[in-house]
Design a protein around this ligand. Structure first.
Ligand code: PAF
Length: 288
């Protein structure tokens, strides 16, 4: 396995592979790798000749300086994990390799409103920052396929849209959420939970599962999405110190909130919840 810090070295190596007709799979990450990331690496390994994992804590997608400073950086441990998964290349640049000139005009993407609900309400500019780095990584690695987790459901929808609009020639592969045994969605942020916060955290997913069961009973009745959202919010809040930031039920394509259960659309419930000071997100397809 090779660890690259520079764009030039990465592009040179990948060009040689491409000349030999080898396929390339990219797993973009910000490091602090866990089983969720490793499942993406395994899928990329199974579907491509060459696997590249990028590790870059992208400053421009953080709208909170403290969150950026606190983001775990564990390159040594990440490298060992990737080695054991037979990753071929790690691309782990410094910030000035990616953004060499602070005055460089940064592309502004038309996200067609997909960035407005949910995360967009609380993290202004976040998805623009994600699109800038993901597009840069695609230009550097030029992968056949890129792998993202469904936990960041809104991010995945926005990246798919960006790829379509920019007419980029690669496949975006969305992968299932990987959960701890007790149901908590795996996240690099979980390592910041205290013991008691970690114990209560699975209540988030348990509540989403209960909500899904409720719809099975109440669909087509007066139990509206608005009432279900309120129920989820109350249920989560009843477990101190969990505090929902948003609970939203949206169409999986447009990400627009739904007011009723009709329309034959696939609906997903998405939540962001503070567990103490740690912000966790999760989601569950309600029905299709
Ligand atoms: O999901 C993440 O870890 C990041 O948003 C990504 C896609 C690596 C871009 O920095």
């Amino acid at each position: 396995m090779i660890v690259n810090k520079t764009i030039a070295a990465t592009m040179d190596q990948l060009n040689l592979h491409r000349q030999k007709g080898l396929s390339i799979g990219l797993v973009p990450t910000m490091g602090a790798l866990h089983e969720g990331h490793l499942s993406l690496i395994r899928r990329a390994r199974a579907e491509n000749d060459i696997v590249v994992c990028s590790i870059f804590v992208n400053p421009i997608q953080f709208n909170n300086k403290e969150d950026l400073a606190k983001y775990p950086r564990t390159l040594e441990a990440d490298t060992a994990l990737l080695e054991s998964e037979n990753c071929d290349i790690i691309f782990a640049p410094e910030v000035n390799e990616i953004y060499p000139n602070n005055n460089e005009p940064i592309t502004v993407y038309d996200l067609e409103g997909l960035d407005k609900p949910m995360e967009g309400q609380f993290r202004p500019g976040h998805f623009q920052g994600v699109c800038v780095i993901v597009h840069k990584l695609f230009n550097i690695v030029n992968p056949d396929r890129a792998y993202f987790g469904n936990k960041d459901f809104q991010q995945l929808a926005i990246i798919r849209n960006m790829v379509k609009k920019q007419k980029l020639n690669l496949e975006i592969v969305g992968c299932d959420i990987i959960r701890e045994k007790d149901g908590l969605a795996m996240s690099s942020r979980n390592m910041r939970l205290t013991e008691s916060e970690r114990l209560i955290a699975p209540k988030i997913y348990q509540t989403l599962l209960q909500a899904k069961n409720k719809i099975a009973d109440y669909k087509n009745t007066l139990f509206t999405p608005a009432l279900l959202k309120q129920w989820i919010s109350d249920e989560i809040s009843s477990n101190e110190p969990l505090k929902p930031e948003y609970v939203e039920i949206v169409d999986t394509i447009s990400l627009q909130p739904t007011e009723d259960w009709n329309g034959g659309k696939t609906l997903i419930v998405c939540v962001a919840v503070f567990d103490g000071s740690v912000r966790l997100i999760d989601n569950l397809i309600l029905f299709s």
